[in-house]
Design a protein around this ligand. Structure first.
Ligand code: COS
Length: 386
C-alpha cells in the first residue's frame, strides 16, 4: 500500500532500515543471548541523527514528529525489538521535556539528547503502581531550594544506561492523582542509585533496572511544569508515545511474516513447497491483512498526533493495542508456519515471539488501553446525548 511518504520520510525509513540490516541484524542473536546493552548501535543511531528526529530544530533536533519516529521504530523492530525498545524509551523519557519543559530546561537538556550524547529514561512504574499509575509512593519534598526524593522505581527501561531520568513522585499525598509531580534527575546525583537489573524473557538487548532514591536532593528548578501536574505529564507522555509501541508490534510482525514467507517457499513437504498448500496460504493471508491494517491505523494516529490534535488518548490507545496484538498474533503464526524450525534458535522467529509479548504489557497493558478507549466512548456518548 502507498502511504504517500515524502522524500524526507522515505529517507528516514531507508536510513533506519539500513542501520537495522547492517548493524543490528549481525549481532541480534548475540545481544539476545548475553543481554548486553547495545552501546555500539546507539552510537550509530546518534551519528545518523535519529535521536533528534522528534526534537524541535531550535533545540538541535530534526524537527520531525511521531510519524517519522514510528517509521524508524518500525524498521528497527523488524530486526530487533530489544534495540528498538532502547531507542524508543529515549523518546518516552524525553516527552515530558518537549511537552511540558520550561525554556531553560529545554535549552539545557534537549540539544544533548538530540545529538544522542545523553540517553533518557522515564520513571513512573513502582512495585505497587503499574496499571494503577496513580498509586505511586515515591515522594518528593521541598526543602529550601531542593526537592528530596525517596522511593524506588521498578522495571525502568534504559535504567542505569540513561544519563537523564524524568521521574514522577508524590509532592502531596492528600491530593490523589493531583498530588503527583514530574522531575528531572541526573545520573550521578548523590542518593540516586540503580537497584536490581532484570533478567527478561525477551527484548534482552534493552536494559531494565530499579531506580533507587535515598534522600536524593535535586535543585528546585528540576520540577517539570508545576507541582501537582505529574499525573497529567505522565498521561500526556504516554498518549504521545503509544503509537510508537504500536509501531514496534507492527515492525516485529512484518519481520516475522517476512521470515515465514521465505521459509514457506524453501521448505518442501509431500513433494511441494509448503507455500503451495492452502492452509499455509490462508495463514499468510491473515498475517498480511493484519499487518497492513495495523500500519494504516498506526500511521494515521501518528499523523494525527503531529497535526496538533489536543486529545489523542483514544486513538493512541487503539494504535498501541491493535499494533501490539498484531505483533503477538503474527509472530505466533509465523512460528507455526515454520513448524519445528520456527521453534529453534537457529531462526529469529522464536526471539521475535518472545520479544512481542512485552509489547502487550508495557506502557500500559492492552487491558488498560481498552479501559482508556471505553472511558472515551462513554464521554463521547454523554456529549452526543447532551
Ligand atoms: N490526558 C490528560 N489527563 C488525563 C489523562 C490523559 N490521557 N488520563 C487521565 N487524565 C486525568 C483525568 O482527567 C483526571 O483528572 P481530574 O482529577 O481533573 O478528574 C486525572 O487525570 C485522573 O484520571 P483517572 O481518574 O482516569 O485516573 P485513574 O487513576 O483511574 O487511572 C489510567 C487512569 C488507568 C488510565 C492510568 O492510570 C493509566 O494510564 N495506567 C497505565 C499506566 C501505564 O501506562 N503504565 C505503564 C508504565 S509507564 S511506561
Amino acid at each position: 500500500m502507498d502511504y504517500f511518504l515524502t522524500e524526507e520520510q522515505q529517507m528516514i525509513r531507508d536510513l533506519a532500515r539500513q542501520i537495522a540490516e547492517e548493524k543490528v541484524l549481525p549481532v541480534r542473536a548475540e545481544l539476545d543471548e548475553t543481554g548486553e546493552f547495545p552501546w555500539e548501535i546507539m552510537k550509530v543511531l546518534a551519528q545518523s541523527d535519529l535521536f533528534g528526529l522528534f526534537i524541535p530544530e531550535e533545540y538541535g533536533g530534526l524537527g520531525k514528529g511521531s510519524f517519522e519516529l514510528c517509521l524508524a521504530v518500525e524498521e528497527l523492530s523488524k530486526v530487533c525489538v530489544g534495540v528498538s525498545t532502547s531507542y524508543a524509551a529515549n523518546a518516552l523519557g524525553t516527552y515530558p521535556l518537549t511537552l511540558f519543559g520550561s525554556e531553560e530546561q529545554k535549552k539545557k537538556y534537549l540539544p544533548d539528547i538530540a545529538a544522542g550524547k545523553k540517553l533518557v529514561a522515564f520513571g513512573l512504574t513502582e512495585a505497587n503502581a503499574g496499571s494503577d499509575a496513580g498509586g505511586i509512593q515515591t515522594t518528593a519534598k521541598l526543602d529550601g531550594n531542593e526537592y528530596v526524593l525517596n522511593g524506588t522505581k521498578q522495571w525502568i527501561t534504559n535504567g542505569s544506561a540513561a544519563d537523564i531520568y524524568t521521574v514522577i513522585a508524590i509532592t502531596d499525598r492528600n491530593k490523589g492523582a493531583r498530588g503527583a509531580s514530574a522531575f528531572i534527575v541526573e545520573k550521578g546525583t548523590p542518593g540516586f542509585t540503580f537497584g536490581k537489573k532484570e533478567n527478561k524473557m525477551g527484548i534482552r538487548a534493552s536494559i531494565t533496572t530499579e531506580l533507587v532514591f535515598d534522600n536524593c536532593r535535586i535543585p528546585k528548578e528540576n520540577l517539570i511544569a508545576k507541582e501537582g501536574m505529574g499525573f497529567i505529564v505522565a498521561m500526556k507522555t504516554l498518549d504521545k508515545s503509544r503509537a510508537g509501541v504500536g509501531a514496534q508490534g507492527l515492525g516485529v510482525a512484518q519481520g516475522a511474516y517476512d521470515e515465514a514467507v521465505k521459509f514457506a517457499r524453501q521448505r518442501h513437504q509431500f513433494g511441494h513447497p509448503v507455500i503451495s498448500f492452502q492452509a499455509v496460504q490462508h495463514m499468510l493471508a491473515d498475517m498480511a491483512i493484519q499487518i497492513e491494517a495495523a500500519r494504516a491505523l498506526i500511521y494515521s494516529v501518528a499523523r494525527m498526533a503531529d497535526s496538533g490534535a489536543k486529545d489523542i488518548s483514544k486513538e493512541s490507545a487503539m494504535a498501541k493495542t491493535f499494533g501490539t496484538d498484531v505483533g503477538m498474533r503474527v509472530t505466533t503464526d509465523a512460528l507455526q508456519v515454520m513448524g519445528g524450525s520456527g521453534y529453534m534458535k537457529e531462526y529469529p522467529v522464536e526471539k521475535m515471539m518472545r520479544d512481542a509479548k512485552i509489547l502487550q504489557i508495557y506502557e500500559g497493558t492492552n487491558q488498560i488501553q481498552r479501559n482508556v478507549i471505553g472511558q472515551c466512548i462513554i464521554k463521547e456518548a454523554a456529549k452526543q446525548k447532551n
